[in-house]
Design a protein. Structure first.
Length: 228
C-alpha cells in the first residue's frame, strides 16, 4: 500500500487539532529559556585599543611588497601571543590583586587584530564591569612595557582606554526566550505530526479506503436524541 501524502489543508487541520499541545510546549520552551537566562551570571565586555609600530631598525620598502605584508602578519601575531602570555597574566594578577589562573586569564582576554593596520584591540569579558575595565587597561599597560623591553618598540600609543560598561552583553534574556519559544513550538508541531502518523484508528470513509482497501458504499448517520 502506497503512503498517502498529507496535503497542506490536512497539515493545518492536524496542527489545529493539536493546537493546545503546541501552545503548551511553546510556553514551556519560552519559560525554560527565560528561567535559565535569568540565573546565568551577567557578562560585561570592554576593550582597549592600541596603535603599535614596528621594531627599531626595521625599514619597509617604499612600495609595499609581499615581504612587508608577511612581516606585518607575523608581527601582529607576535603581539597577540605576547598579550596572552603567562608573564603578562601574572603581572596583571599582581598589580590588580587578583587570583586568576592562567587559563581563566586567557578565557577573559581576547585580542582582535584590525586587518591591514597596526591597530590591536584588547577585549576583556568579565562578570564584573569594573574588573573588566581594569584588566583591559592593565593588560595594555603591561603589554606596552613588555614590547619595549623584548622588541625594542617604543612607539606604542593607547588610542582608546577601556571604560566601565554600563550594560551586560550576556545573557540576552529576550532573545533566548524567543528562541526557546520557537524551539518549543517546533517540537510541539513535530509531536503533533508524529501522533497523527502513528494514529491508526479509522475515523472517516477515506481512512477505510486507504487502510483496508475497500470502497465505502454508504454510511449510517448518528441521530441525536434521548434513549427510549
Amino acid at each position: 500500500m502506497e503512503e498517502r501524502e498529507i496535503s497542506l489543508s490536512e497539515l493545518f487541520g492536524i496542527l489545529r487539532k493539536r493546537l493546545l499541545l503546541i501552545l503548551l510546549l511553546t510556553a514551556l520552551g519560552a519559560g525554560a529559556a527565560f528561567g535559565i537566562s535569568s540565573i546565568l551570571p551577567k557578562q560585561y565586555e570592554t576593550f582597549t585599543t592600541l596603535l603599535v609600530g614596528r621594531p627599531e631598525g626595521y625599514q619597509a620598502e617604499k612600495d609595499l611588497n609581499v615581504n612587508d605584508i608577511l612581516f606585518n602578519q607575523k608581527l601582529v601575531g607576535t603581539y597577540a601571543e605576547l598579550i596572552k602570555s603567562r608573564s603578562v597574566a601574572e603581572k596583571v594578577n599582581e598589580n590588580l590583586g587578583l587570583e586568576m589562573d592562567f587559563e581563566t586569564f586567557k578565557e577573559k582576554v581576547n585580542v582582535n587584530l584590525v586587518n591591514d593596520t597596526e591597530v590591536i584591540r584588547i577585549v576583556v569579558r568579565d562578570t564584573n564591569a569594573l574588573r573588566a575595565k581594569d584588566i583591559a587597561n592593565e593588560t595594555a599597560s603591561i603589554f606596552s612595557d613588555t614590547v619595549v623591553d623584548a622588541m625594542k618598540i617604543d612607539n606604542i600609543q593607547v588610542v582608546d582606554y577601556a571604560v566601565e560598561p554600563e550594560e551586560a552583553i550576556a545573557p540576552r534574556i529576550i532573545l533566548n526566550t524567543a528562541l526557546g519559544a520557537i524551539i518549543g513550538m517546533i517540537i510541539g508541531m513535530m509531536i503533533a505530526l508524529l501522533k497523527e502518523i502513528l494514529d491508526k484508528t479509522v475515523k472517516t470513509p477515506e481512512d477505510i479506503e486507504e487502510k483496508i482497501g475497500l470502497t465505502v458504499i454508504g454510511s449510517i448517520p448518528v441521530i441525536g436524541g434521548k434513549d427510549k
